[in-house]
Design a protein around this ligand. Structure first.
Ligand code: ARG
Length: 245
């Protein structure tokens, strides 16, 4: 009897229950991370994560509300209840996982390097020299990898991935360390004869939806949602829309 009362109590406190009660799923995400979330010309947030979030809300039978949030405060925003979930290409790191929970990975990526053309054919370690500057974005796994791997090169960090990538394009830096999908798109759109994508993955990074701790009911729903959509063709349809094979 006590165990049953505990289960009911847990469900009453579940974010999933509150989403159903209010008829709305709120999603924290930081636009600028192609192709997961970015702004179109009209300023609408679009991308792989947005389509997944839409599918999720549809499966719950609720409306979707996106809550654009700076990366810097994105975990704090979840913890203080500004949104129900983070769907923002977030890498499941052991450190983040101490504070928040993650559903099973929905995709995995790795860090790669976008560099000026003159570095074509080089390995990451060839760029770890005092005369070179490596750029990345503050607070992301790219920064963690850069600080761990690059011991001799100068390191500069930027608020946005776009500003960091621009530095490389302008010839002011020798490499951007960032998630492969972003680098691949930036290279395809702006690389031309200026850049090279050193696309060997330097890290293994599973990305996951993040939720507050202590909510097994929400996690259970998310993992079953993932399993269903990954096996019934829904996930693939969305994936193919944003990732070129
Ligand atoms: N995967 C990287 C990380 O978790 C970068 C994610 C950046 N996402 C974003 N929406 N800006 O640190």
């Amino acid at each position: 009897l006590n165990a049953m009362a505990d289960d009911i109590n847990l469900w009453q406190k579940s974010t999933l229950n509150s989403i159903l009660q209010k008829g709305e799923l709120t999603v924290g995400l930081e636009p600028g991370y192609m192709p997961f979330e970015m702004k179109d010309k009209q300023g609408n947030v679009i991308g792989f994560d947005v389509d997944i979030a839409n599918e999720m809300a549809k499966a719950m039978g609720v409306k979707l509300k996106l809550v654009p949030t700076a990366w810097d405060g994105i975990i704090a925003g979840l913890l203080t209840g500004k949104y129900d979930i983070i769907i923002s290409g977030m890498t499941i790191t052991q450190e983040r996982n101490l504070k928040i929970n993650f559903a099973d990975p929905y995709i995995s990526v790795g860090q790669t390097i976008l560099a000026p053309k003159k570095h074509a054919g080089k390995k990451w370690s060839d760029l770890d020299k005092p005369e070179y500057t490596i750029v990345t974005k503050i607070g992301v796994t790219g920064e963690i990898a850069t600080r761990k791997m690059f011991k001799k090169a100068k390191i500069r960090t930027f608020e946005t991935e776009a500003d960091a990538a621009q530095e490389v394009l302008n010839g002011n830096a020798d490499g951007l360390v960032y998630d492969k999908p972003y680098n691949a798109i930036f290279f395809a759109e702006k690389g031309g004869d200026k850049l090279v994508h050193l696309s060997d993955e330097l890290t293994y990074e599973p990305l996951g939806f993040a939720v507050r701790k202590g909510d097994p009911d929400f996690l259970n729903w998310l993992n079953n949602f993932l399993n269903q959509t990954k096996n019934d063709g829904t996930y693939k349809k969305i994936y193919d829309r944003w990732f070129t094979q």
